[in-house]
Each structure stands twice: as structure tokens, then as C-alpha cells.
Design a protein around this ligand. Structure first.
Ligand code: RIB
Ligand code: CA
Length: 313
């Protein structure tokens, strides 16, 4: 059983990652923390509570996190996810309370409670993780590990940027926090655009149609989340679900080790996750604590998404 804390900026694909997490017998969601990213943290916190109540899991604590990046304001992604962050979905007004602690404190408390048992899963900007590590620098050595959706590593033809020419949104939105987390020594696995944008691994229209064919509230939710986007983008990139799928079954993925540097000053490259593949850099890469997903077993990944996101397991 993988006990996780999910840090998220819900977000349409974050919502699919929620559906996957709670339909995966390998995963136990211990807590959720929200962060400014796709939409502001107030909307994200509301969306997280609505999703937990939709799933009948209002027992899972939700703590509100950072309302802006560490050092500089960066744009949101409402243009993609919709003004409220969950496209056209209308869910019941959340009734569950927000945990009194700040997200960083909940992260610290869960790491101290569960130690190596706990895996941190971050599918939004890394502001909360950075705040937690700044407050308790022993987190990287105490926790079991960190799995993120984040980065664009130029390791496949699809590993270029979506927030600028070379940077992935979660890293770009708070590059300073990302640098702090990548440099902290925490063991990390990254699901980056190199694979989430790969046409073989995206959700195509046929897969989407099959996922919503069954009548019911789950299909209605997925239709409200993804329907317009699948039409607009000829399918849907499963960014956050890929990170969650790695947690559920890492054997579906091939990873490679690299020392990743985060660009925090470049005019055109801010937020870039730089990988140095020069031959004489090989030793440093092999010693690094950053793993990047470079290949996916597409049939198994798609079956997991279809069965667990689409049908609930
Ligand atoms: O670049 C994709 C990532 O940015 C996903 O986590 C999506 O939800 C947005 O946060
Ligand atoms: Ca996200």
C-alpha cells in the first residue's frame, strides 16, 4: 500500500488524478493540500473538497496552501481549465471543513507521522513543498519520496515546453520553489511533458468515448471535465493521471536518472528543467536523485485509466 499526500491545483487533469487515486487499491490518500497554479488557491481548495465529497471521501483532510509563487507572480491556466478550474462541471457546494493548518504544516506533520511510509505526490506548482522543506529541512531524508507531474526534459521529441518554449507549467509557475525542491536531495520521480504529451500515451477520442459510455454521475463528471477539451485538442494529455499511475504501478514505466537543474533567470527559458546529457556528465547523472519517466507501457496505462478513472476500478 502506497500512503500518499496529494499536493494539487485542481485543475481538470488533477481531477482525473483524484478519480484514479481513489479507485486504486495500491494507494491510500492520507491528506490533500492545495496550491496556487491552474486557478487561485481558493478555487483550488473548493474544487478539492467538492471532488472528495463527490467520491464520498470527506474524511480526508484538505489544507489550503500558497496563494502565490514564492518570489514572483506568474500566470494561471484558467484559459485551459475554465474560470473555476473544472471546466463546465457543477458539483454540490462543499460542506467539509478546510483543515486549520497551512498546507506546509500538514505536509510536515504527515512526514513526521509516517516517515518513509509516505510518498508525496505533487501535481501542481511546488510552492507548498518548498515552504515545507524550508520550514523543516529534514523532510527530504525522512520521507519515502516525491513523485511529481512536472518538467520538460527534452528526452523525447515531446519534451519541450507548454508554458513557454522550454518550460512545463508547474515548474514555470514557481521556478524558485521548483529549484529549491529539485536541489533539496529529496528522491524524485518526474512525469514530464516528454511522455504526457507523447501521442502514444495521450487519451484519444475513442478512449474518451469508451470511458463515458456508461450512464451515471462519474461519466457525467468526466464529460463535464474533458468533453470540450477532447474535441478542442483532438484528445487529452493525461499529465497528472500519469504521475498518479506511476504511484499505483511503477512497473508500467521506464525511468532514467539525471541531475536536473531548474532555470530561474532566463528571459526565454525561465522554468526550464535542464538535463545535461554530455558524455562526461554521465557519472553525475547516474548519482542523481532525479528520475524522469521516458517510456510508458501504453496498453497497460490506458487500461488503468479506462478501468479506474472511467469505471471507478
Ligand atoms: O503542465 C501540466 C500541468 O500543469 C498539470 O499539472 C496541469 O494540471 C497544470 O497544473
Ligand atoms: Ca495540476
Amino acid at each position: 500500500m502506497k500512503r500518499i499526500l496529494l499536493d494539487t491545483d485542481p485543475g481538470v487533469d488533477d481531477a482525473l488524478a483524484f478519480l484514479l487515486a481513489f479507485a486504486s487499491p495500491e494507494i491510500k490518500v492520507e491528506a490533500v493540500t492545495t496550491v496556487d497554479g491552474n486557478v487561485d488557491v481558493e478555487k483550488g481548495t473548493r474544487n478539492a473538497r467538492q471532488l472528495l465529497e463527490f467520491l464520498g471521501r470527506d474524511d480526508v483532510p484538505v489544507a489550503r496552501g500558497a496563494s502565490h509563487p514564492m518570489l514572483r507572480p506568474m500566470g494561471n491556466a484558467e484559459s485551459f481549465h475554465g474560470k473555476m478550474g473544472l471546466m463546465d462541471v457543477v458539483l454540490l457546494e462543499p460542506r467539509m471543513k478546510v483543515d486549520k493548518r497551512a498546507a506546509a504544516q500538514l505536509i510536515i506533520d504527515e512526514v513526521n507521522r509516517l516517515g518513509k511510509e509516505l510518498t508525496l505526490v505533487a501535481i501542481g506548482p511546488l510552492t507548498n513543498l518548498a515552504a515545507a522543506i524550508l520550514t523543516d529541512p529534514t523532510i527530504p531524508e525522512k520521507v519515502g519520496g516525491l513523485v511529481i507531474m512536472g518538467g520538460a526534459f527534452s528526452l523525447t521529441p515531446y519534451g519541450s515546453g507548454n508554458a513557454n518554449a522550454v518550460a512545463e507549467f508547474n515548474i514555470w509557475h514557481d521556478p524558485d520553489a521548483a529549484k529549491l525542491v529539485f536541489d533539496s536531495g529529496i528522491p524524485m520521480v518526474c512525469a514530464g511533458l516528454d511522455t504526457t504529451m507523447h501521442p502514444d500515451y495521450r487519451m484519444n477520442k475513442a478512449m474518451y468515448a469508451e470511458m463515458v459510455v456508461k450512464k451515471g454521475k462519474r461519466s457525467e463528471l468526466i464529460k463535464g471535465l474533458c468533453g470540450v477539451l477532447v474535441e478542442r485538442y483532438n484528445g487529452f494529455s493525461l499529465h497528472d493521471p500519469m504521475a498518479m499511475a506511476y504511484v499505483a504501478d511503477p512497473t508500467m514505466f521506464k525511468t532514467e536518472k539525471y541531475k536536473v537543474e531548474v532555470e530561474t533567470t532566463g528571459t526565454h527559458t525561465i522554468g526550464m528543467t535542464v538535463v545535461d546529457r554530455r558524455r562526461y556528465h554521465r557519472e553525475e547523472n547516474l548519482k542523481a536523485n532525479h528520475e524522469v519517466i521516458v517510456e510508458v507501457d501504453a496498453p497497460r496505462f490506458h487500461k488503468m485509466i479506462s478501468d479506474r478513472v472511467g469505471k471507478g476500478g
